[in-house]
Design a protein around this ligand. Structure first.
Ligand SMILES: [Mg+2]
Length: 429
């Protein structure tokens, strides 16, 4: 049974879902060592209130997963109908606390991503009603209000409520200056678009040069399918970018632990900035072993890390040099706040995963909030940038001089254009 809700200024009266799929596999955009033919897709949810407001959210999948993902989102309808987005700590905890749905995880996989989509839609609604972009809504909350949003269960050996308050209070001085800096300079971005595995050498060379010309401070290449190809492609990228320019590599979970260590050693002469997803995202000890073996090259992971508890273990085990949270993998904004605080407590920089459908649009808000109110720094921090599908969004990201411009429109930048929803809604015949 859901708890009764006190009198609220408005109520959510409708939840729509849309199964949206873009045929990206035709161009091999998004291709990597594990995912040769992704059709970038969104299981999309719209919440409507009795006073005419809306909240938009989505889970990102790469195609047929949408069948399952959209059904999972629908299962959460009882948690939003008749309710509001005012007490977001309560809304989030109710959803992850449904014991029958929780059995499917707990707090992992399709059901947890569905919670994330709905929680994020509620945040979009709340920020629109406040007339603020989400990053600023969060950045103007007090440390006490922010801590009330968290679920710190299973984290107390690494992050207590007092730790969270201490981190947030320590970052309070200077918040206003950092908001101004974001509005003036944006938040650094790096470019993944040059390095898809399915691209030709000529296209790689051209896109590396373009990324440099556009002012990106880092690029990333997909690796892990063929060592000879990886060495050739990294040599090309290094030639174009020059010595010392940060070039990260991403194996998308391709290797076992021993293979990861051996393969990365073969690529070490090209000076990779980090090695991303070297092995299974569930293998905490494996990541730690790889991190020790390939140091000082850092291990980065997070886009498939299923919840805050795995991140806690990764951080405590020294398995991560870079934490790549994802806006639509875990239980939405609330859980990502806990993950940002865990990273800050362990002194690990957060470089969010983006790309997909709308992940750049979402995650910029979390990184900007982190800069203003948690870490207070952009040193060694960048948000991934992938150059596709932004045209389908009402409030698409804006990249200037290799940085994300701070969003100004109210909300979470999650809303897709109605004509795109109509055109790319998946229809089985
Ligand atoms: Mg990746």
């Amino acid at each position: 049974m859901l708890p009764e809700v006190a009198a609220v200024p408005y109520r959510i009266v409708a939840m729509e879902t849309h199964d949206i799929r873009f045929p990206t596999s035709r161009e091999r955009a998004g291709s990597d060592a594990m995912n040769p033919d992704p059709d970038y897709s969104a299981s999309y949810v719209v919440l409507r209130t009795d006073d005419g407001a809306e909240g938009h959210g989505f889970a990102f999948t790469i195609g047929r997963g949408n069948d399952v993902q959209t059904a999972a989102i629908r299962a959460l309808e009882p948690y939003v109908l008749g309710r509001d987005a005012e007490d977001m700590g309560a809304r989030y905890r109710e959803m992850i606390g449904d014991s029958q749905l929780r059995w499917l995880g707990p707090e992992k996989g399709v059901m947890h991503m569905a919670v994330g989509a709905v929680v994020n839609a509620l945040w979009d609604l709340k920020a629109r009603r406040a007339g603020l972009p989400l990053w600023l809504l969060l950045a103007e909350m007090s440390p006490e209000q922010l801590v009330e949003l968290l679920d710190l269960r299973y984290l107390s050996d690494a992050l207590t409520r007092q730790d969270a308050l201490d981190i947030l209070r320590a970052a309070e001085p200077g918040r206003a200056d950092r908001i101004e800096r974001l509005r003036r300079h944006g938040y650094p971005a790096y470019a993944t678009s040059p390095g898809w595995l399915g691209y030709s050498d000529d296209k790689l060379r051209r896109l590396c040069a373009q990324a440099l010309a556009d002012g990106f401070p880092m690029i990333k290449l997909k690796v892990g399918a063929d060592l000879g190809d990886d060495r050739r492609r990294l040599r090309i990228a290094r030639e174009v970018c020059g010595p010392g320019f940060p070039i990260a590599i991403d194996a998308n979970q391709r290797w076992d632990v021993g293979a990861a260590i051996a393969w990365v050693r073969e690529l070490a002469e090209f000076d990779p900035w980090w090695v991303e997803e070297p092995t299974s995202p569930d293998d905490v000890l494996g990541h730690a072993e790889i991190a020790r073996a390939i140091a000082p090259i850092r291990v980065a992971t997070g886009e498939h890390v299923q919840n805050r508890v795995i991140f806690k273990q990764m951080l405590r085990a020294g398995a991560l040099g870079v934490l790549q949270l994802d806006a639509a993998r875990v239980g939405g904004v609330n859980e990502n706040l806990a993950i940002l605080l865990l990273a800050a407590k362990h002194g690990v920089p957060v470089c969010p995963h983006a790309g997909g459908v709308g992940l750049c649009e979402l995650v910029q808000h979390l990184a900007m909030f982190d800069f203003v109110a948690v870490s207070g720094s952009t040193e060694n921090r960048m948000i991934e940038y992938v150059e596709h599908l932004h045209e389908h969004f009402v409030d698409p990201v804006v990249i200037k001089n290799g940085a994300y411009a701070a969003p100004g429109a109210p909300g979470f930048s999650a809303a897709m254009r109605p004509e795109s929803i109509a055109q790319y809604t998946w229809r089985t015949t």
